[in-house]
Design a protein around this ligand. Structure first.
Ligand code: C5P
Length: 396
């Protein structure tokens, strides 16, 4: 559980996005966090404290003079021992208060009274004109300068019927951001390029050759690199996975397209992690039209030609990034792993222990570099991805 043992104060201010914070509260608690909800009076107009109490499993506070806290100092009591304060939704008015240090209710007072070691994350939610208003933008800039993390907002359709910037991030995106805020920024300022998923090599317009890669490991690595502060570009073959929040994804189908996109993105990257299961061969005589059965029972004859080796191509660039490859071998991984690392000319190769990793949520890895090999024991792919990112960060 990504938030096990974390105590989060979840502050809610007035905005229709309050209804989404009910879902966020569930996601935070499911991820292991203890959530204490504090609502402004306006927030209670949008969703009741009863709902938030039921979902968080803890009493909800909104009044500065609430006598339920022994010493009657809710603003102090709630923030001591907190690992983060998240304000969602954060109204334009509340951002203004935060920017100026105003404290005229419980939530604003506890933000000002928080120890500076407690990170404050705010998720703005407001009408597009309110967001674009120069006063709001001044406040956003001030909050950033004060070290407050601004999560979103997103652009799109708004509850008021207008369209534009100001939508609060979706609950699952906010969850990703909260989890990310607890990760060490080991790759801050670095650019990381990742390939993931299978490729699809057409036979004709409706048929093709692919493999069982789900993309889970590559997506987990892209997410872990972003959590570590990197600017991440993910070049992905066809998968059903959601793009990790904050990651720039470029979708491709064939190995050749993946190669071309990777080569166009390679300049200026600090790290290249090739996780994709790239088809070694493509159909040389793919048909422009759908192949038809004929009465005589003839079967099509497919011819193959070699696809470019993307990893080897990047590893040969004069200004190459730090290159990391993957290997899924069914046998002799220790021998083949090191051989593959040398053949590809890369400093780090990651072997999947057992070749049955495709589509699974867990994995076990072995890292090969010029000092030998080292195991990363069995764990969920996201946990392993974070460990791998830490290993890479330690090497660059
Ligand atoms: O040679 P092999 O396919 O076993 O190597 C696997 C590694 O090389 C993986 O990191 C994979 O993403 C990468 N690769 C590639 N382009 C290919 C084939 C593999 O980047 N055409």
């Amino acid at each position: 559980m990504d938030l096990a043992g974390k105590k989060i104060v979840l502050g809610m201010t007035g905005g229709i996005a309050c209804y989404k914070v009910a879902e966020l509260t569930r996601s935070l608690t499911r991820a292991g966090a203890t959530v204490h909800v504090v609502m402004t009076r306006s927030a209670t107009q949008f969703i009741t404290p009863v709902t938030m109490q039921a979902l968080s499993g803890h009493p909800v506070f909104s009044d500065q003079w609430d006598a339920r806290i022994d010493n009657n100092m809710a603003h102090i009591d709630l923030t001591r021992g907190a690992d983060a304060i998240v304000i969602a939704p954060c109204s334009a008015d509340f951002m203004s208060k935060l920017a100026h240090g105003g404290c005229d209710d419980l939530l604003s007072t506890l933000c000002v009274a928080r120890p500076m070691t407690v990170p404050l994350l705010v998720a703005p939610a407001m009408n597009v004109e309110m967001w674009q208003n120069p006063a709001t933008q001044r406040n956003v800039a001030q909050l950033r300068e004060d070290g407050i993390a601004i999560l979103g907002p997103d652009a799109g359709e708004q509850a008021c019927g207008e369209t534009g910037m100001g939508r609060m991030l979706e609950p699952e995106q906010l969850l990703e951001e909260v989890i990310a805020s607890f990760q060490r920024k080991l790759l801050a300022g670095k650019r990381v390029l990742v390939t993931a998923g299978p490729t699809f090599e057409p036979i004709d317009p409706v048929r093709g050759i692919t493999n069982l890669s789900s993309g889970k490991m590559g997506y987990a690595i892209a997410r872990a690199a972003r959590e570590a502060g990197a600017d991440v570009c993910l070049v992905s073959g066809p998968t059903a996975l959601q793009t990790p929040y904050g990651v720039h994804r470029i979708s491709v189908q064939t190995a050749q397209q993946m190669h071309d996109v990777v080569m166009s993105q390679a300049a200026g990257q600090d790290v290249f992690i090739a996780v994709a299961a790239v088809a070694d061969w493509r159909v040389a005589n793919a048909s422009e039209q759908k192949l038809k059965k004929n009465g005589a029972g003839d079967v099509p004859r497919l011819e193959f030609e070699q696809n470019p080796d993307i990893l080897a191509a990047v590893a040969q660039l004069p200004a190459r990034p730090y290159c990391v490859g993957f290997a899924a071998e069914s046998e002799n991984l220790l021998q083949y792993g090191e051989e593959k690392r040398q053949k590809k000319g890369i400093p780090l190769l990651v072997g999947n222990i057992g070749h049955q990793t495709f589509g699974k949520d867990e994995n076990e890895l072995v890292l090969f570099d010029d000092r030998g090999h080292q195991r990363l024991p069995r764990a969920g792919k996201q946990v392993l991805a974070r460990r791998l990112v830490a290993e890479i960060a330690g090497r660059i």
